[in-house]
Design a protein around this ligand. Structure first.
Ligand code: UD1
Length: 377
């Protein structure tokens, strides 16, 4: 029996772990699989609704770490996770993505001599001011098996001296989740609820510290969004970090009167949305403006034009073959690029190789057949 402990902690993790756990559970006679939720994200909107929408089984263990500084959160996860690993003694720990939970659990396992599997390995923004970049590099160097989503991931890992035999290009588990949901989206009433019609609005998300924790940068972006919103209503589901900054700096003035609905022109706020509602809004949007990593990938698959309000991306294939444009944070450039798209000058993207909804099954296939631990199972 191959024993695997899986970890998820924050919103983007849930989307990635769902297809992996579902696929591992298809082999109960050879794989024993447990799920640990660190509690990095804990709200109904940031966590529980994702478990429901993605049909993720109830976690076997909940660490309930909650928020804190990076050191506090990372250390608290390690302290609470170590006894679980000591009790379970799995063959492997499987972590996804690049959040604090990812690196904290990978480090705990590696120190106990437990094999680490990293799903979505090798992505690099080459920007060490991003907490996620530090998490990615460290997790990859602690890992024994590295599953990458795109060719750049393999190139980056090889350049950093990671052995070729550990690296597997399998596609993108986030896209597995997206494809699984597409059939049910048509039944949702998300657009009418917001008074929107297909192609009649844009969608915005912002939560990167470099954008929302810098007052001047955030205000510049809001100025640009307000300008774009004179032409097309923009709906902005607000991440808790972003909401805290809006309140702190009195930026409510950039948002349209709450008496109006996004069917009118303007920049409209709403609470963070569940996975399905957000996908439904994304696939029918005329344009998406974001600083998220996952949304760059999802818009590429949905064929929706995406402006990434950052100076770099760790997901170059979304630019090279997808619908993503890297525009930075200069307000004039954001407005110019948005206008270009609203004038119909969009590039027609295509799909990066293996983003076909089968990444998780490739991962499990490799675990079962290319893995020395599994020989004879
Ligand atoms: C984290 C990840 C980031 C990911 C993002 C998605 C790291 C370093 N960053 O950033 O990569 O893109 O999640 O959302 O791991 N809060 C709530 N409810 C919650 C969780 C958080 O209100 O359920 C609030 C807390 O006040 C917290 C703040 O949001 O201080 C930020 O949360 P945190 O987990 O520290 O980082 P994120 O910015 O969400």
């Amino acid at each position: 029996m191959l024993k695997i402990v899986n970890v998820a902690g924050a919103r983007p993790n849930f989307v990635k772990i769902a297809p992996v756990v579902a696929e591992l559970r298809k082999h109960p006679s050879v794989i024993a699989c447990k799920l640990v939720h660190t509690g990095q994200h804990y709200d109904e909107s940031m966590s529980d609704s994702f478990f429901r929408d993605l049909a993720i089984p109830e976690p076997d263990v909940h660490l309930n770490v909650g928020s804190g500084t990076h050191a506090q959160q990372t250390a608290e996860i390690m302290k609470r996770f170590e006894p679980i690993l000591l009790e379970e003694r799995p063959d492997y720990l499987l972590v996804v993505g690049d959040v604090n939970s990812t690196v904290a659990c990978a480090l705990t396992a590696a120190k106990l001599g437990i094999g680490v599997i990293h799903v979505e390995a090798g992505l690099r923004s080459f920007d060490r001011t991003m907490p996620e970049e530090i998490n990615r590099v460290l997790t990859d160097h602690l890992s024994d098996l590295l599953f990458v989503t795109e060719e750049s991931g393999r190139t980056n890992l090889l350049r950093e001296g990671i052995g070729e035999e550990k690296i597997h290009l399998v596609g993108n588990v986030m896209i597995d989740s997206l494809r699984r949901q597409l059939d049910v989206l048509g039944e949702l009433d998300t657009l009418p609820r917001f008074g929107l019609r297909p192609q009649g609005y844009g969608l915005v998300t912002l939560h990167r510290p470099s954008n929302v924790d810098e007052q001047g940068v955030f205000e510049g972006i809001l100025t640009a969004l307000s300008k774009v919103a004179e032409r097309l209503p923009l709906l902005f589901p607000i991440h808790p970090r972003t909401q805290a900054r809006i309140a702190e700096w009195g930026f409510e003035r950039y948002f349209a009167d709450s008496g109006n609905r996004p069917g009118d022109r303007g920049l409209f706020r709403t609470a963070p949305l569940g996975y399905r509602d957000f996908l439904e809004l994304m696939r029918k949007a005329r344009i998406v403006l974001t600083d998220s990593g996952g949304i760059q990938e999802e818009t590429t698959v949905l064929g929706v034009p995406c402006l990434t309000l950052r100076h770099n991306t760790e997901r170059p294939s979304t630019i090279e073959v997808g619908t993503n444009h890297l525009v930075g944070t200069d307000p004039r450039k954001i407005v110019e690029e948005a206008n270009r798209i609203l004038d119909g000058k969009c590039k027609k993207g295509s799909l990066p190789p293996l983003w076909d909804g089968k990444a998780a099954s490739r991962i499990v296939e490799i675990l079962l057949h290319d893995n020395p631990l599994c020989h004879g199972l």
